[in-house]
Write a protein that binds this ligand. Structure first.
Ligand SMILES: N[C@@H](CCC(=O)N[C@@H](CS)C(=O)NCC(=O)O)C(=O)O
Length: 200
């Protein structure tokens, strides 16, 4: 059985959300970050970065929230959270999974730190280019790949939820707002947020 190491109000929400979308039973192990439980030798053997979320599945351990979403989508193919190899939509799916850590998170950090970078050198180009692209991708919708919800929506939807509603870094443009609202309406995200609120 998959086992999720998590903490409330962190990127663990993505892992909770994708597991709830997958509809599998899994075990949760809550770590107390303020007590430093993520730094224990036992947890570092699972994620040497000493960060949540991390997931184990028997002898396999996977960390990085995007990788966890990709893993769950492939481990539970019946949930239909990833286009299979050979499906042309898989190219866009993979791009969006990597776009989050490669571009969106970098754009957030640059904005947070008020760091000015040359768009030619910064892998994300610039903040507006990143969110113009995401806005265009979700404008038609309902999901990034069209009619079919995927693990890429968990990643990009949670980035936008954090960026717009929590950190207020991203302007709430109408198409972005509507997409985040569609994500927030998903029963699996409701369940993930309820788990987070209950803390168990
Ligand atoms: N790139 C990682 C980032 C994970 C991360 O930064 N986790 C934070 C919470 S959101 C954490 O565990 N912080 C505790 C610490 O660094 O001690 C991912 O996407 O999973």
């Amino acid at each position: 059985m998959m086992k999720l190491y998590w903490a409330p109000h962190t990127r663990s929400l993505r892992a909770l959300w994708v597991l709830e979308e997958a509809g599998v039973s899994y075990e949760r192990v809550r770590l107390d970050l303020s007590a430093g439980e993520q730094k224990s030798a036992e947890f570092r053997a699972i994620n040497p970065m000493a960060k949540v979320p991390a997931l184990t599945d028997g002898p396999l351990a996977v960390a990085e929230s995007g990788a966890i979403c990709a893993y769950v989508a492939e481990a539970v193919p019946q949930a239909g959270l990833a286009p299979p190899v050979g499906d042309p939509a898989r190219g866009r799916y993979l791009r969006w999974l990597f776009f989050s850590p490669g571009c969106i998170e970098q754009a957030f950090l640059a904005k947070f730190g008020n760091v000015q970078l040359r768009p030619e050198s910064a892998g994300f180009g610039d903040f507006d280019r990143v969110f113009d692209l995401v806005e265009a991708a979700v404008a038609t919708g309902p999901w990034l790949l069209g009619e079919k919800f995927s693990a890429a929506d968990v990643i990009i939807g949670s980035d936008l939820y954090f960026g717009i509603d929590i950190f207020r870094l991203v302007p709430s443009r109408p198409a972005l707002r509507a997409y985040v609202d569609r994500c927030l309406a998903r029963p699996a995200l409701h369940r993930a947020k309820a788990i987070e609120a209950a803390g168990v």
